[in-house]
Design a protein around this ligand. Structure first.
Ligand code: PMP
Length: 429
């Protein structure tokens, strides 16, 4: 059977298995363009609708149970029913849902963030997108410069999208898009821009771009050159702060001036944060003692919302401590090498990239080292793997992303490996 026909059959079977999700989707499309409100969830013939989650599993509205190997694109690190977080939030919400003032859970979360990630100061936002917009703004205001270096394949938020270079809908900063993991070209570009470069914004590993880690030497050289040019160096750790005790930048031997955070730290509630050097962050200090003539205003009704502040304090203080983070990274590395074994034994042209508990399957060989290579893959094979895994009860991202959560049991991981082996072997028939 041709690949086209296999894809057509897989979509048909998926549609037949999920009549309730289909009906929901068709009705939702009348009021939500595309039937949902997160573009990343799109796939053919329609995305699943989930009714409940428990531990490491999700149940859709047609009653199928899946091992959740996606972990909400890293935001679901804790799994679906971490009682310590949910109970603390439920308790906090019995007295107040929104205070319109300062709440006692705010500074403790800030303290956890500073201690854990080596920040001198931090401020909260509602999303990783906002955190990056604010970090860029912080750099522009501090330097008085205008240009911002980002990387092809980078993703820093809905308005900071560089999957294929500069998106037309991006926020109107003066971006310069460099090539990820290309040290010579990046250093040359930094030299050219020199005194106009306000910031370098980079993910220690391209997340949405395919779980492609930065080469240590590339990242260190880019940080050094940008700093020498007088720019502010910003690490986007929205996804990667889960790695090791203090986040991935430190593991690659670099220390940014500012870093941005999001995802799992909010324990499933909307979260974002940016922080770093006091000399930059104190541009937001409005206290008279500092005597700033014109601090930067940073408002946001829900920046300090009670649910997130409470959840985050429990996440960093009790659940995902530095030692749990280190163990989780080791478990991820081990699982990724098992996935690689399954893939290489299958003889199907698929590669695996990643770091720690984040990884991606790519329908191409060899494994990509930048986003241009990652995009150059067999789209039909990628779709067949995604739909084949769903059919076998394993939920991943259409683009191949897999993220381990704290809720995964050894049996879950074994089931995922078996399903992948079975799915790849079925592709030979
Ligand atoms: N930065 C990175 C590296 C991300 O992966 C994401 C989200 N996928 C964001 C920023 C944006 O975060 P949010 O979706 O919370 O706006």
């Amino acid at each position: 059977m041709s690949m086209d026909a296999k894809v057509e059959r897989a979509r048909q079977e998926f549609g037949d298995r999920n009549p309730r999700s289909r009906r929901y989707f068709e009705s939702a499309r009348q009021v939500l363009p595309g039937g949902h409100t997160r573009t990343v969830l799109t796939h053919l013939p329609f995305p699943l609708v989930f009714a409940t989650g428990e531990g490491s599993t999700l149940t859709d509205i047609d009653g199928h149970v899946y091992v959740d190997m996606l972990g909400d694109y890293t935001a679901g690190l804790l799994g679906h029913s971490e009682r310590r977080v949910l109970d603390a939030v439920a308790l906090a919400l019995t007295s107040n849902a929104s205070v319109g003032g300062i709440h006692p859970a705010e500074a403790p979360l800030a303290r956890h963030m500073c201690d854990r990630f080596g920040l001198e100061r931090v401020r909260f936002t509602n999303s990783g997108t906002e955190a990056n917009l604010m970090a860029i703004t912080t750099a522009l205001m501090a330097t008085g410069r205008s240009r911002v270096m980002v990387f092809q394949g980078g993703y820093h938020g809905g308005l900071l999208y560089f999957a294929t270079g500069q998106a037309r809908w991006n926020a109107p900063y003066e971006f310069v898009v460099a090539s990820y993991n290309d040290t010579d070209a990046t250093l040359k570009l930094i030299k050219e821009i020199g005194p106009n470069l306000a910031a370098l914004l980079v993910e220690p590993m391209l997340g949405a771009g395919g779980c492609i880690p930065a080469d240590t030497q590339f990242l260190q050289a880019a940080f050094g050159a940008a700093r020498e040019a007088g720019a502010v160096v910003i690490a986007d750790e929205v996804m990667t702060s889960r790695h090791g005790a203090t986040g991935m930048a430190a593991l690659l031997g670099v220390r940014p001036d500012l870093a941005t955070y999001g995802k799992y730290i909010g324990g499933g509630f909307s979260f974002g944060a940016f922080g770093g050097a006091a000399v930059l962050m104190d541009q937001y200090d409005t206290s008279p003692a500092v005597g700033h003539v014109s601090p930067i205003a940073h408002a946001g009704t829900f920046n300090n919302n009670i649910a997130t502040m409470t959840a985050g304090t429990v996440v960093l203080g009790e659940v995902f401590t530095a030692s749990v983070a280190k163990d989780h990274m080791a478990r991820g590395n081990e699982f990724r090498s098992l996935i690689m074994d399954v893939v290489s034994r299958s003889g199907v042209p698929v590669s695996v990239t990643g770091f720690g508990s984040m990884m991606s399957l790519h329908a191409r060989i060899p494994a990509p080292t930048d986003a241009v290579q990652a995009a150059d893959r067999d789209a039909e094979l990628q779709e067949l793997i995604f739909l084949g895994l769903l059919q076998r009860g394993i939920y991943t991202a259409p683009r191949g992303m897999i993220n381990l959560s704290l809720a995964h049991t050894d049996d879950d991981l074994a089931a995922a490996l078996d399903a992948l082996a079975d799915c790849l072997s079925a592709l030979h028939s």
